[in-house]
Design a protein around this ligand. Structure first.
Ligand code: NAD
Ligand code: LMR
Length: 338
């Protein structure tokens, strides 16, 4: 597709993204759960992404309206809406990236694990369809509990004979987004310059921000680091309580999901040095899945990066999170093999 057919703004942003040629590859992105609280703003943000040529929006209800609405935006991608299981195959066929925010969100007083009974089945069904219709797609799992839904997806793909550990990602970008925001506020540094890796998993104490590696450096007290860590770990709960029964993070999650999907697309397109934290199959610790920095490339995960030097506080946090993360992983594996 000729860059000339794009707007000046998008073609200059393509060039900033590292394309020197006159063309940008066609890429299909599918969003499963596209009519939901996350799905709708995520559909909007993916429609704004010039790396997307086809945007496929799937849900069990209400997708035609969302797709019609988003399709009027004058950006590159062609938008299609699909509704109901009989249209799932069409929604997925040819997808390069599949983003999954399908499933129920928490209400106050619930843990993410309380969502397991409903969301495990939803994710299992969707992953069976991915194995059938787009086995080579990069899968971005947003549905909670991520610590279990990613292992479920892996088992479903193994059963179907399509599993490639390089192509399955638990989306933990929101933890990084929060850690950056909270750190910038406390350290009084420009938020746009902040980097903070967040490792482990995506629930409570399994979320381990590594503020000792945060940049720009700041002289924060142990008390400050402890407060920042707790706020990052409880960021989801902060939103659930503020929404008071009307769901969990949707807008910040859509932003985070769009950043992670963009990183996947850049990797697929051969842009060098694309690194994001994600919950992936891992040998960084003894746990089979673990979130850490990941280098993205033409086949998905190019390299799972190590943890780097940890403070004593972070070492302690790492040991504390392992039993919970291990048991959530096992719960997912067991469910998928029932
Ligand atoms: P929501 O209820 O607003 O939307 C969920 C959507 O999924 C609905 O439109 C529903 O129709 C759809 N859906 C249900 N079953 C489906 C199926 N089988 N196929 C396709 N679509 C289906 O919920 P939400 O606020 O968008 O949250 C969605 C999920 O994302 C929840 O599990 C939530 O906990 C999780 N979440 C994860 C993160 C993260 O950081 N990874 C952050 C926020 C929320
Ligand atoms: C989040 O971190 O916001 C999500 O995992 C949703 C939740 O339930 O907290």
């Amino acid at each position: 597709r000729s860059v000339k057919s794009l707007t000046t703004a998008s073609s200059s942003s393509l060039l900033r993204r590292g394309f020197s040629s006159e063309s940008v590859p066609d890429r299909k992105v599918a969003v499963l759960g596209a009519a939901g609280g996350i799905g709708q703003p995520l559909a909007l943000l993916m429609k704004l992404n010039p790396l997307v040529s086809t945007l496929s929006l799937y849900d069990i209800a209400n997708t035609p309206g969302v797709a019609a609405d988003v399709s009027h935006i004058n950006t590159r991608s062609e938008v299609s809406g699909y509704v109901g299981e009989e249209q799932l195959g069409k929604a997925l066929e040819g997808a390069d990236v599949v983003i999954i925010p399908a499933g129920v969100p928490r209400k106050p007083g619930m843990t993410r694990d309380d969502l397991f009974n409903i969301n495990a089945g939803i994710v299992k069904g969707l992953c069976q369809a991915i194995a059938k219709y787009c086995p080579n797609a990069l899968v971005n799992m947003i549905s909670n509990p991520v610590n279990s839904t990613v292992p479920i997806a892996a088992e479903v793909f193994k059963k179907a004979g399509t599993y490639d550990e390089k192509r399955l990602f638990g989306v933990t970008t929101l933890d990084v987004v929060r850690a950056k925001t909270f750190y910038a506020g406390k350290a009084n540094v420009p938020v746009a310059e902040v980097n903070v890796p967040v490792v482990g998993g995506h629930a409570g104490i399994t979320i381990l921000p590594l503020f000792s590696q945060a940049t720009p450096k700041a002289n924060l007290s142990d008390g400050d680091i402890n407060a920042l860590t707790k706020r990052t770990q409880d960021g989801g709960t902060e939103v659930v309580e503020a929404k008071a029964g009307k769901g969990s993070a949707t807008l910040s999650m859509a932003y985070a999901g769009a950043i992670f999907a963009d990183a996947c697309l850049k990797g697929l397109n051969g842009v060098p040095d694309v690194v994001e934290c994600s919950f992936v199959q891992s040998t960084v610790t003894e746990l089979p899945f673990f979130a850490s920095k990941v280098r993205l490339g033409k086949n998905g995960v190019e390299e799972v990066l190590g943890l780097g030097p940890l403070s004593d506080y972070e070492k302690e946090g790492l040991e504390k999170l392992k039993p919970e993360l291990q048991s959530s992983i096992e719960k997912g594996i067991k469910f998928a093999n029932q």
